[in-house]
Design a protein around this ligand. Structure first.
Ligand code: GDP
Ligand code: MN
Length: 431
């Protein structure tokens, strides 16, 4: 059954996995269970690429119009391209709230770079951003190159392939999703054995499928191999280059870049994780991430406090089936500590929309007694003013229930998820 709330939450999660790769659309649960926290801007990704032999344009990054002008003068190029740095894709077709159209601008006159940049340090709305757009804080000022052909290239860690896969199309440019939908025969894939690495024959075949001819074929294959090596070296889950282009002078160039990373590799990718650009997150998401909690905002009035993305979806659905609306969900994950429970409550109750809290924890790895102690501490210290319904199940549940029952706090306990949802919805309706 299609569940409306899960679909809404799914959409949100999708928005969070910004500039989603082509294949992700086929595995929504993958996105739900593995939200990526690390996001780099295009200029940061391109720095990693150029440090590893991948061909990108010369560029500077500017925070102000005068810095942009200075950068254009330093580049001393025939033509300059200005690119708004936001995490969402579709910038080329985006619109600024300054009135300027297009998040990517080309000009042959370095004198207008300042004026253009000035109109770009505004909100930019694209088909991947919220309606009001995202505030642009940095503009990339790069040497523009003529493009004779735009292709698409991505390397993804793909579940259905049990490893990396190269995905490419000779029809690159702005709307790759459309190509995938209308001309699937123009999407080419090469499954890579992670132990053997990319074979020359695979890189050559992809280069050919992308339409690189003559000496360009070797050059493209070489770039593809370098991109694959980078993908492995930095523990990426996605490297997407669109356009992977060709110039009339016979150069293969990565004109755009989007890289996603494996969160579990943070311990060995410290330099990259230190570059994390969190400026576009909701402040509450950042605050949650500081305590290893995952927060997703929704628009109802019942806060959900759960462990695991699956349980979060189920909780949201059962609330709506009982006539209520979830305000958000906060996912504790496994290995939870008492202090995290306290922080989680602090975050949930800081949201003025919240009129009730539903705790739905299934103790597998999680010890219910730790949750109960965290809840009791939070209720006392935060002087909780909204009804609290708690459903705990699993490891140490009897001790946990005993702790809650003898706490003297007005906590409603529930026997199962259905019961919990009914009680939470009723507590809001009474008000
Ligand atoms: P996106 O719209 O967010 O994916 O931003 P891109 O960086 O992919 O830029 C959008 C489009 O602008 C590209 O598909 C190109 O057609 C064009 N573009 C970007 N950089 C250059 C450049 O240096 N020269 C030329 N001629 N076009 C460019
Ligand atoms: Mn692009």
């Amino acid at each position: 059954m299609a569940s409306p709330v899960a679909a809404q939450a799914g959409k949100l999660l999708q928005r969070l996995a910004l500039r989603r790769p082509l294949l992700a659309a086929t595995s929504q649960t993958f996105q739900v269970t593995s939200r990526r926290w690390l996001n780099l801007q295009e200029y940061q990704s391109k720095k990693l690429m150029s440090d590893n032999g991948v061909k990108v344009q010369r560029f500077f990054v500017a925070d102000t119009a005068s810095e942009a002008l200075e950068a254009a003068e330093k580049l001393n190029a025939k033509e300059i391209v200005l690119k708004a740095q936001i995490l969402a894709g579709g910038r080329g077709k985006g619109v600024f709230n300054s009135g300027l159209k297009g998040g990517v601008h080309l000009t042959k006159d370095p004198k207008v770079v300042g004026q253009l940049a000035k109109q770009m340090i505004y909100n930019l709305a694209t088909k991947q951003t919220p309606k009001n757009g995202v505030k642009v804080k940095k503009v990339m000022v790069a040497e523009a190159l003529d493009i004779s052909r735009e292709t698409y290239l991505a390397i993804l860690m793909d579940r259905s392939c049990n490893g990396p896969v190269l995905v490419g199309s000779p029809q690159g440019g702005v709307d790759i999703e459309e190509v995938a939908a209308s001309s699937p025969e123009l999407i080419f894939k090469e499954k890579i054995d992670i132990f053997e690495g990319i074979k020359d024959s695979q890189a050559q075949r992809m280069a050919e499928n992308l339409g690189f001819l003559g000496p360009l074929k070797n050059q493209a294959a070489d770039q593809i191999k370098k991109l694959y090596n980078l993908f492995l070296k930095i523990d990426a889950t996605q490297v997407e280059v669109n356009p992977f282009g060709e110039t009339p002078e016979g150069q293969v160039v990565c004109f755009d870049a989007k890289i996603n990373f494996d969160d579990n590799a943070e311990f060995r990718q410290k330099d990259i994780f230190a570059m994390d650009d969190k400026s576009e997150n909701e402040p509450i998401e950042n605050e949650a991430a500081r305590y290893d909690l995952k927060y997703i905002g929704l628009d109802g009035n019942i806060a959900c406090f759960v462990n695991g993305a699956g349980l979060a979806m189920a909780t949201c659905d059962i609330i709506s089936l009982n006539g209520g609306k979830p305000a958000n969900f906060l996912d504790l994950g496994g290995g939870v500590k008492e202090a995290q429970v306290y922080q989680a409550f602090k975050l949930l109750t800081a949201d003025p929309k919240v009129e009730a809290i539903l705790v739905n924890i299934f103790g597998g790895i999680v010890n219910c007694a730790i949750i109960a102690n965290g809840i009791i501490k939070a209720c006392r210290e935060l002087e909780l003013k909204v009804p609290l319904v708690v459903r705990l199940e699993g490891t140490n549940v009897h001790e946990a229930q005993n702790l809650l029952n003898t706490s003297g706090l007005p906590i409603t306990s529930a026997v199962d998820l259905e019961d919990a949802a009914r009680k939470a919805v009723a507590s809001v309706a009474k008000k």
